[in-house]
Design a protein around this ligand. Structure first.
Ligand code: GDP
Length: 479
C-alpha cells in the first residue's frame, strides 16, 4: 500500500444544486497555505495565519481585488481531521456557479481536484479508519431507511471491524501456538490439540456463517426489496403503486392497457424499503405494443425478490391469472385480492384450488395452510388502503423473520464482505477436514492463515493498491 501522497486535494463536498450552504473541502500538507492566500477578514488581513485549529471564522474569499463570496472557514490540523491531514473547510453560499468558481480558485492556488472517495481513502491510509469503516461511510451517505442507516452506522463505528478483529486474533493465537509447538515441542504440547482446534474452528465457523446469513437481509436493508406489482390489466396495480407511494405516480384508469411500460419507485413501508416496479397488465393479446408491455412485465417479475400479484376479486379468475401465477410461483409472492369494497367473486380458497394445479409439481400437494403460508393471500382495497397493514406484516414475515433476530445483531451489507467471509469459511472447513483426516498439525496453519487473510481483507489489512482504488472510486465526489 502506497503512502499518502504529498499533494493537497480539494472538492465541493455538498450536493451540486442550489442550496443555502455549499462546502468546499481542502486537505493535504498545503491546505492551509493555499487557503491562506484567498481568505481575508473585513480589514483585509489573512484570517488563517491568526487562527487556531478547531476554530471557525467569518471571512471573505478573494481573488486579487475581487471578492467572490463571504464564508465561514473551519481549520483542522493533522492528525485531528477526517483525513488525518491539515484540512480547511469553506462554508460558502450554495450556488453551483459560485462553488465552482471558488473551487477553481483553490485549484489555481495549487490544490488538485480530489478523485471520488479520495478524502476517505486518505483517512484510511492515515489510519483514521479501517476499510470496513470507510465503506460504512459510503453506505451511510446512500442509506434510504432507518435500518440501512443503523447497519451502516455500525460498520462506520467499527462494530463490524471489532468482530472481524476478534476472529482474526483467535486464528492468529492458534497459528502461533502450533508454530511454537513445532519449534519448541518441550514447552508446547500438542497432545489432544485436535479436539481443541476443532472447537475453536467450529466456533469461528458459526460466527462466519451468521455474518454470511445476515447478508441476505443486509442487501434488502441497503438496496430495498426489489418488488414487482404484476397482474392482469385493470386489476388495480397502478392504484396499489399510488397507494404505497402516497402520490399519483401512475395513471389509474379503467381502460385496460393504460400502463404500457414499467414504472419504478422507492417506497418506505414502516422500516421496509421497497424498490417497487409497476408493470403493464399481463394478458394474451394481439396488440403488438401491449404484448411488449406484457413481456417487460414478465421480465420484471422474473428478476424480482417479491411479486405482489394483483387480482381483481370482483371478477372471476381467468386463464391469464393462472398463467401469471405459473410464471411467478417460484418467487416470494403475495396474492392480493383487490377491490374488496365490491362483492367478491374470489376467495382465498378459490386461489388455492385453482393455482395449485397451474404451477409446478412442488406445490400441488400442499395443504391449504402450507399454500397460504407460502403464498399469503390478502383481501385488499387499493382504492382506500384497506388491507395495507396486513400487506406490510406479510412482507416483513416473508423477508425478515429468522434473518435478523434483533436490531443489535450485526448485519453485513457489502457483497465484498460476504465473498471474503465465504472464502474464510472454505479455509476453516479445510482445517476441520485436515483434522478429521489426521493430517499433520502444520498443515492446519496454511488454511488458518488463509482464513486470517480473507478476514483481514474486509478491514483493509493486506489489501493492494488496485483493490483500494476500485473500492474508493465508488465513493461520491467530495467524500
Ligand atoms: P391497473 O391497470 O392494474 O394498473 O389498474 P388501475 O390501478 O389503473 O385500476 C383499474 C380501475 O380499477 C380503475 O378505474 C381504478 O379506479 C379501479 N380500482 C383500483 N383499485 C380499486 C379498488 O380497490 N376498488 C374499486 N372499486 N376500484 C378499484
Amino acid at each position: 500500500m502506497s503512502e499518502v501522497s504529498s499533494t493537497t486535494i480539494a472538492a465541493i463536498s455538498t450536493a451540486l444544486s442550489e442550496s443555502g450552504i455549499g462546502i468546499i473541502r481542502v486537505s493535504g500538507p498545503d491546505a492551509v497555505s493555499i487557503c491562506s492566500e484567498i481568505l481575508y477578514d473585513s480589514k483585509d488581513n489573512k484570517v488563517l495565519s491568526s487562527m487556531e485549529a478547531g476554530n471557525f471564522r467569518h471571512c471573505y474569499v478573494k481573488s486579487g481585488e475581487e471578492t467572490i463570496d463571504e464564508c465561514i472557514v473551519l481549520l483542522y490540523r493533522a492528525p485531528h481531521s477526517y483525513t488525518g491531514e491539515d484540512t480547511v473547510e469553506l462554508q460558502c453560499h450554495g450556488g453551483v456557479f459560485l462553488l465552482k468558481k471558488v473551487l477553481a480558485l483553490v485549484i489555481q492556488m495549487g490544490a488538485i481536484m480530489a478523485a471520488p472517495g479520495e478524502f476517505t481513502r486518505r483517512a484510511f491510509l492515515n489510519g483514521k479508519m479501517d476499510l470496513a469503516q470507510a465503506e460504512g461511510v459510503m453506505d451511510m451517505i446512500s442509506s434510504r431507511s432507518e435500518s440501512a442507516l443503523r447497519s451502516s452506522r455500525d460498520q462506520m463505528s467499527g462494530r463490524v471491524s471489532a468482530v472481524i478483529r476478534d476472529m482474526r486474533a483467535r486464528i492468529l493465537y492458534e497459528t502461533a501456538y502450533i508454530e511454537s509447538a513445532i519449534d519448541d515441542p518441550e514447552h508446547f504440547d500438542l497432545t489432544g490439540y485436535e479436539d481443541h482446534i476443532t472447537d475453536v474452528v467450529n466456533g469461528l465457523k458459526a460466527e462466519t456463517e451468521k455474518l454470511i446469513g445476515s447478508y441476505a437481509s443486509g442487501r434488502f436493508v441497503r438496496e430495498g426489496i426489489n418488488t414487482c406489482i404484476a397482474g392482469r390489466p385493470n386489476s388495480g396495480k397502478s392504484s396499489l403503486l399510488n397507494l404505497l407511494t402516497g402520490q399519483d405516480r401512475a395513471i389509474v384508469s379503467d381502460i385496460p392497457g393504460t400502463t404500457r411500460d414499467t414504472i419504478e419507485e422507492y417506497v418506505m413501508l414502516d422500516d421496509i424499503l421497497l424498490r417497487l416496479t409497476d408493470t403493464a397488465g399481463i394478458r394474451n393479446t394481439d396488440d403488438p405494443i401491449e404484448s411488449i408491455g406484457t413481456k417487460k412485465a414478465l421480465n420484471a417479475a422474473s428478476g424480482a425478490d417479491l411479486v405482489l400479484f394483483m387480482i381483481d376479486a370482483s371478477e372471476y379468475l381467468e386463464t391469464d391469472d393462472m398463467e401469471i401465477f405459473s410464471s411467478v410461483y417460484e418467487k416470494k409472492t403475495i396474492i392480493i385480492l383487490n377491490k374488496a369494497d365490491k362483492t367478491l367473486k374470489i376467495k382465498p380458497s378459490d386461489i388455492y384450488e385453482h393455482f395449485r394445479y397451474s404451477a409446478g409439481e412442488s406445490i400441488r400437494n400442499m395443504t391449504f395452510e402450507e399454500f397460504s403460508d407460502r403464498y399469503p393471500c390478502i383481501i385488499m382495497c387499493a382504492a382506500d388502503g384497506h388491507g395495507q397493514d396486513e400487506l406490510k406484516r406479510e412482507i416483513k414475515r416473508l423477508f425478515y423473520s429468522g434473518m435478523v433476530s434483533s436490531s443489535s445483531d450485526i448485519v453485513i451489507t457489502g457483497l465484498r464482505h460476504k465473498e471474503l467471509l465465504c472464502a474464510a469459511e472454505v479455509s476453516l472447513n479445510n482445517v476441520l477436514n485436515a483434522v478429521s483426516d489426521g493430517m499433520e498439525t502444520d498443515i492446519y496453519t496454511v488454511d488458518l492463515m488463509d482464513a486470517y487473510k480473507s478476514l483481514g481483507l474486509i478491514i483493509g489489512e493486506e489489501i493492494g493498491d488496485d483493490l483500494a482504488d476500485e473500492i474508493f472510486s465508488k465513493f461520491c465526489m467530495g467524500k
